[in-house]
Design a protein around this ligand. Structure first.
Ligand SMILES: O=C(O)C1=C[C@@H](OP(=O)(O)O)[C@@H](O)[C@H](O)C1
Ligand SMILES: C=C(OP(=O)(O)O)C(=O)O
Length: 446
């Protein structure tokens, strides 16, 4: 496949000839890897990331931190506890934090974690840090981070739209303090300010003022990972005020962290078990996690499967029947494309609610899912905050992906049950799961 044809290239989505029965080693979590990189870069001593995800989003994060002076060494781990899966396990990144400095240029690609988590880090650097990215990154909301950083003492040049491109003129330190933000368009605004908060002179108090707040598990992930490196964080859940988070200033420890598998990227494989009435085992599924993908155990059980979590991992089994679901996905928005794909193959209608903010994700996911499923013969309508999906017999055709990794994996799920589905630009899965096509055909025994 010539690289300049990658966007228009069509990948024949494999059709399942029977029930799948496979063990799938799912690479590391994007959200955990990128938080771990940021926290390691802000720490006062070296740290380790073992089995990090290596995908476009995490390599962009690593490259951006390196551009600001952080050393990230590729190492082969000697720790037997980190050895295991066949996906490069045992390899690690050793992060050596240094004085952050500009001038530097950061390419955010279309990574929400990079475009939101790094401007606060840049405010702590000494020198100008320029941020740019894919065309879509100019459209994704960043105003919550930009406005808040200005209130906290940063100097930022942008074009006044509250979005990329922009330059943060770091002065080596930031006052910090109290700030109000409306994070209804992205939880990443809150996570971004909290992650760098311990390094602000006064720490940070973030008060969310909007009416809704998506992706709460991702904010819990931020808080958990901050606490694990020694930060003191007060949260609504620890007895604080609703919608207020406080981070006390202080040094961060270096951590030796083995990254969990990405449970949102496990979704298409579990969906394969569900829609084919088969069985998929995902090794190393954590017993306790803040990843939103853990909610798939409940959601896909309601849609017709059963699961068992053992010390080895998660075993998920389809019953042969796939049911519709009425569910609020506000906490787990990134699971919506995969759930919509399964819902289009179900024996009853579904209503997916609480995900209006998906219109500002990698693409407008509500519009994209509606159009692409309907073009295969489906009956999906957009609502103010989600989708109504009435299953109908589907036919083959091209499933467009709009540079959205989760559109590509959603199309692949449909292709298991519907012959002659072709996924346009399956290579877009490289954002978080470069191995997707191989893992998918491997799961099917091809
Ligand atoms: O903090 C994170 O790692 C993420 C938070 C969520 O963002 P939104 O709150 O913008 O949906 C999620 O959708 C994204 O995939 C990853
Ligand atoms: C919304 C997503 O990504 P991002 O981190 O770019 O917001 C996603 O991965 O589904």
């Amino acid at each position: 496949m010539a690289p300049n044809n990658a966007h228009t290239a069509l990948w024949p989505a494999p059709h399942a000839s029977g029930a799948v029965d496979a063990t799938v080693h799912v690479p590391g979590s994007k959200s955990v890897t990128n938080r771990a990189l940021v926290l390691a870069a802000l720490a006062s001593e070296p740290g380790w990331l073992r089995r990090p995800l290596r995908s476009r989003d995490t390599l962009l994060m690593a490259a951006a931190l390196r551009a600001m002076g952080v050393e990230i060494e590729e190492t082969v781990s000697s720790s037997s506890s980190a050895a295991g899966g066949p996906d490069g396990a045992g390899e690690a990144w050793r992060v050596l934090p240094t004085g952050l400095q500009g001038p530097a240029t950061v390419d955010v690609g279309n990574a929400g974690t990079v475009m939101r988590f790094l401007p606060p880090v840049a405010a702590l650097a000494d020198g100008p840090i320029r941020f740019d990215g894919d065309p879509r990154s100019y459209e994704r909301p960043l105003n919550g981070v930009i406005d808040a950083l200005r209130v906290l003492g940063a100097r930022i040049d942008d074009d006044g739209r509250g979005a990329l491109p922009l330059t943060v003129h770091g002065s080596g330190a930031l006052d910090g303090g109290r700030v109000e933000i409306d994070a209804s368009s992205s939880s990443q605004f809150v996570s971004a300010l909290l992650l760098s908060g311990p390094r602000f002179n006064q720490g940070v108090e973030v008060r969310h003022t909007g009416s809704t707040l998506p992706s709460l598990p991702h904010i819990r992930m931020t808080v958990d990972m901050l606490r694990a490196v020694g930060a003191q964080v007060d949260t609504p859940e620890s007895g604080g005020e609703p919608n207020v988070w406080r981070v006390t200033p202080g040094a961060l420890l270096g951590r030796d962290l083995t990254i969990e598998p990405d449970l949102s990227n496990a979704q298409p494989f579990l969906a394969a078990a569900l829609v084919t009435g088969g069985r998929v085992i995902v090794p190393d599924w954590p017993a306790r996690t803040t990843q939103p993908g853990d909610q798939l155990r409940e959601i896909f059980t309601e849609m017709g499967g059963t699961c068992e979590l053992t010390e080895y991992g998660l075993e998920f089994t389809g019953s042969g029947a796939v049911h519709g679901i009425d569910v609020d996905l506000g906490e787990v928005g990134e699971l919506t494309p995969g759930i919509a794909a399964v819902a289009a193959l179900a024996d009853s209608p579904s209503t997916l609610r609480g995900v209006a903010h998906l219109r500002l994700h990698e693409t407008d996911r509500l519009a994209a899912l509606t159009k692409e499923i309907n073009e295969l013969g489906g009956d999906v309508t957009e609502t103010a905050d989600g989708l109504h999906i009435r299953p109908r017999p589907l036919h083959g055709g091209v499933f467009h992906t709009y540079d959205d990794h989760r559109m590509a994996t959603a199309g692949a799920i449909i292709g298991l049950a519907v012959k002659d589905v072709q996924i346009e630009n399956v290579a877009t899965t490289a954002k978080t799961l470069p191995d997707f096509p191989d893992l998918w055909t491997g799961m099917l025994g091809n």
